[in-house]
Design a binder for this molecule. Structure first.
Ligand SMILES: Nc1ncnc2c1ncn2[C@@H]1O[C@H](COP(=O)(O)OP(=O)(O)OP(=O)(O)O)[C@@H](O)[C@H]1O
Ligand SMILES: [Mg+2]
Length: 172
């Protein structure tokens, strides 16, 4: 079944340092659509907690996920798909996003803890400390077979990853 890629929302998901911002920015550019960074939907309190190295609770995440869902619905109402980064570590979180109007398709970026920690280590000016990576990996629930999306390893170059994603989406 060929998909009209101009109507499907893309949620680029995965733990900290997996490349969500890098890949989502490039995807949105290629598709010529709006891109949103999940962090902008976080409350000040959530950002302060993560900056202090304290993992968020489900209660902290609930209004954040709803805000992202509503942004996707608004993009749909405007007749265009949205591309958004969101760690979306648990199935329950993804189910909230799937309540958005329009089709929601997940791109799960995975990598070894060593590669992810190394990439986070190189990064400058980001509030997320590498010390939070283990708790993110412990929380992570990979995409289940009945979830709409794809999983890919981030050891490839960003351009190759973007080509792969667009090819798989078009064929989905
Ligand atoms: N495919 C790749 N190959 C090599 N380096 C990459 C790749 N993707 C991302 N990076 C680099 O890895 C680091 C982490 O990427 P990025 O900031 O996009 O991750 P993120 O998932 O958005 O992290 P966070 O959840 O903390 O915001 C960045 O320095 C980025 O330049
Ligand atoms: Mg990011």
């Amino acid at each position: 079944m060929d998909t009209d890629v101009t109507t499907t929302h893309i949620v680029v998901m995965g733990v900290a340092g997996s490349g969500k911002t890098t890949i989502a920015t490039m995807l949105a550019e290629r598709l010529g659509v709006e891109y949103a960074e999940a962090d902008r939907f976080h409350s000040e309190a959530n950002i302060a907690k993560m900056s202090a190295g304290i993992p968020l609770t489900d209660a902290d995440r609930a209004p954040w996920l709803e805000a992202i869902r509503d942004w996707l619905s608004a993009e749909s109402d405007a007749g265009r798909p949205g591309v958004v980064t969101c760690s979306a570590l648990k199935r329950a979180y993804r189910d909230v996003l799937c309540d958005a109007r329009g089709r929601v398709w997940f791109v799960h970026l995975t990598g070894s803890p060593e590669v992810l920690a190394e990439r986070m280590g190189y990064r400058t000016g980001h509030f997320m400390p590498t010390s939070l990576l283990p708790s993110q990996l412990a929380t992570l629930e990979p995409l289940a077979d009945d979830e709409d999306g794809m999983t890919l390893d981030v050891s490839a170059k960003p351009e190759e990853i973007v080509d792969d994603v667009l090819g798989r989406l078009a064929a989905s």
